[in-house]
Write a protein that binds this ligand. Structure first.
Ligand code: AMP
Ligand code: GLY
Length: 433
């Protein structure tokens, strides 16, 4: 088996993939990690080489796999999953850590995910699927919007813009018009989901799945709004931490038994066994756990928090999951707390194209990048140019600090952040507080 691990292909090029490359590079079984397209941060690691190419192009990926004698493919982002990269690799008998197109539907179709959850007894908010605008308006008439609230969701992937949570009937009517009729709206959906509004605290849970069984990777709380105290627009995530002592052991057990186990069994029953990472967005209210959504891949920045916390060698576990041979193997986590802070460019999140301030020189202590400290710097959207670094994306850098407790980890993360400077840089000051 370790032979298969000698040459690993990692698809993607953000902070998530930098964290995966950093973790995989520590495996004695891994000789080389080829990242497509990778980034200049992970390229500083001795075992990592970056390859130009589109990771969602099946033919490109298959050619690289053949030419380099790749024994394991690890897929970071959702695009290669939707494009069927895992299906092609499965057909060629190349171990791949990532689900088939069918498995990825748990993320790419919110309606598929809800119908799957109700069929297999996975706890989630009650809902109604509407196939056209008239049906959606009719369903709205009977809905106790002012009392129970309502969440309106467009069916497909819409980069976080396809969900509106409201108590307001007028806003609900307007949202249905926008998503289903209004040509000026960027979200378009012929089918719509109406959902009961849940309350509680949100947390994401991650599991590594092999089609038959799974091992839990951990829980992460993230920060979606751009400014402190959850102000400002939504982002892909501005930071996060791994909570300790919450959710309770009973809630964690419930997630294993009633979420992960049921997804694995349900997908197997459908004839589409799920292999890869299952990322469950949960709402927890007291002991009550509900699933808000699934993603079928690692989160970014969540992966930058999880990888440093994992104690064991992840490479053989990824391979076993890809081969359906996880058995009783488990991921073990360090006792440390972890806090992660994202530094973003001026103008992020960008509402109007071209308003972000990119190409700024970044002043950063290179020793943060060597990956051997309790302070880890992951590159999300930065490039090395003329021997120095510049920002090239909205989310630029992520710092993860480990500590004996959250307070220590937070202090350490912000010390590292304070040592990095670029024009227009902004970050949240309240992560893990
Ligand atoms: P989703 O894209 O489905 O994860 O939804 C985006 C965000 O909307 C979630 O992270 C929640 O904060 C919120 N949300 C989605 N569904 C619900 C719900 N049923 N009740 C309350 N909030 C929700
Ligand atoms: N941080 C959320 C995601 O990766 O979708």
């Amino acid at each position: 088996m370790s032979d298969s691990l000698k040459q690993v292909l990692l698809l993607g090029g953000g902070g998530r993939e930098h964290a995966l490359a950093w973790k995989l590079a520590q495996s004695p079984a891994v000789d080389a990690i080829h990242a497509m397209p990778g980034n200049d941060g992970m390229a500083t690691l001795a075992k990592v080489t970056c390859l130009a190419g589109n990771p969602a192009d099946v033919a490109t990926v298959m050619a690289v796999v053949k030419n380099l004698g790749i024994g394991l493919v690890v897929i970071g982002p959702e695009k290669p999953l939707e494009a069927g990269v895992a299906d092609a690799l499965n057909a060629a008998n190349i171990p791949v850590m990532g689900p088939t197109k069918d498995g990825a539907k748990l993320e790419s179709s919110k309606i598929f995910a809800k119908e799957f959850m109700s069929k297999f007894g996975i706890p989630t908010a009650s809902f109604k699927v509407c196939d056209d605008h008239a049906a959606a308006l009719a369903a709205l008439k009977d809905w106790d919007i002012e009392g129970a609230g309502i969440v309106i969701k467009a069916d497909g992937l819409s980069a976080g813009k396809g969900v509106v949570v409201t108590h307001d009937r007028a806003e609900a009517v307007q949202t249905l018009f926008d998503f289903m009729v209004n040509p000026a709206c960027t979200v378009k959906s012929s089918r719509i989901l109406l959902e009961q509004k849940l309350s509680g605290k949100e947390v994401s849970a991650f599991a590594l799945c092999d089609g038959e069984t799974f091992t839990t990777l951990g829980f992460v709380c993230d920060y979606k709004r751009v400014r402190d105290h959850d102000q400002g627009p939504n982002t892909g995530g501005m930071g996060g931490y791994a909570p300790k002592g919450w959710p309770s052991d009973a809630a964690r057990q419930f997630v294993n038994d009633c979420v992960f186990r049921r997804v694995i069994d349900g997908m197997k029953k459908r004839g589409t066994p799920f292999r890869g990472i299952l990322f469950a967005g949960l709402m927890i209210d007291g002991e009550q756990v509900n699933v808000i959504e699934f993603n079928t891949r690692f989160g970014d920045p969540e992966t930058q928090i999880l990888m440093p916390l994992i104690e064991n060698d992840i490479a053989p576990l990824f391979l076993k999951a890809a081969q359906g041979k996880l058995g009783a193997d488990k991921v073990t986590l360090r006792a440390s707390a972890a806090v992660h802070v994202v530094m973003a460019s001026e103008g992020y999140p960008e509402t109007f194209a071209g308003t972000m301030k990119l190409g700024q020189k970044i002043d950063l202590p290179e020793k943060l990048l060597d990956g051997s400290n309790d302070n880890l710097l992951f590159v999300m959207g930065a490039k090395k140019k003329d021997g120095g670094w510049t920002n090239e994306g909205g989310r630029v850098l992520g710092v993860t600090a480990l500590g004996a407790n959250i307070d220590d980890a937070r202090a350490s993360a912000y010390r590292a952040i304070d040592s990095i400077k670029f024009n227009g840089a902004h970050w949240r000051k309240d992560i893990g507080k």
